[in-house]
Design a binder for this molecule. Structure first.
Ligand SMILES: Cc1cc2nc3c(=O)[nH]c(=O)nc-3n(C[C@H](O)[C@H](O)[C@H](O)COP(=O)(O)O)c2cc1C
Length: 193
């Protein structure tokens, strides 16, 4: 199985990336292939609403989203990670979400397993996580869960609590990764998952 982590922060080595590494650890440990896509290093333009993709199933905007379409198609599980910006996801993460409009007509993400990973300094995590959940459900993906981390400076999330009860952010991220793998395994008919 293959699990993809999309890191929606414009900041390389930031908190979202740190927790994404933790979320993907259970996947590598259980023998899955993992891939990461860093929006800090890529150009993904916003959807320009040309409407061509809804007729053809492919997006005509030639940027790094073209590579991500392939990565998403190959993945059994996709974890979308974003910092909280003004109570929402980053514009980089939102651009990716909007550009997947091209995948809706053919329901290309249907039945893939999804996870949401958000990092905030203080507030807005639930809204951002809900937004990612809604996006995944719109595509017919199976949401395995989410993880929340708190922090401002890169690395803060390694010390802090998660969004749930009695769990650190690191443990929550790892549990998210474990659940994504488990659900993807069950959907693929792997009885041991
Ligand atoms: C433009 C911008 C908007 C932000 N908005 C919020 C916010 O609404 N609530 C909050 O608690 N933190 C907010 N933050 C703080 C980030 O969520 C926080 O620093 C996070 O750790 C960044 O993740 P990263 O290291 O992966 O980039 C904002 C930061 C920026 C740059």
């Amino acid at each position: 199985m293959r699990i993809l982590g999309i890191v929606g922060s414009p900041r390389r080595n930031g908190n979202t990336e740190i927790l994404m590494h933790e979320a993907l650890k259970p996947a590598t440990d259980s023998g899955c292939e993992t891939e990461m896509f860093f929006l800090s290093e890529r150009e993904v333009a916003p959807c320009d609403a040309c409407g061509i993709c809804f007729k053809t199933g492919s997006c005509v905007v030639k940027d790094d989203m073209q590579e991500l379409y392939g990565m998403m198609a190959r993945a059994d599980g996709i974890i979308i990670g974003s910092p909280v910006y003004f109570g929402s996801v980053s514009s980089q993460a939102k651009a990716v979400m909007d550009r997947t409009f091209a995948l809706l007509a053919k329901r290309s993400l249907q039945d893939k397993v999804a996870g949401a990973l958000v990092v905030t300094r203080r507030v807005g995590a639930i809204q951002a996580r809900s937004l990612i959940y809604s996006f995944c459900i719109a595509h017919g993906m199976m949401v395995a869960g989410g993880a929340i981390g708190y922090g401002r400076e890169p690395g803060d999330v390694l010390e802090g609590v998660g969004g749930g009860i009695n769990m650190s952010a690191v443990d929550e991220a790892r549990l998210l990764g474990k659940n994504v793998v488990r659900l993807a395994g069950r959907l693929s008919g792997d009885a041991s998952s």
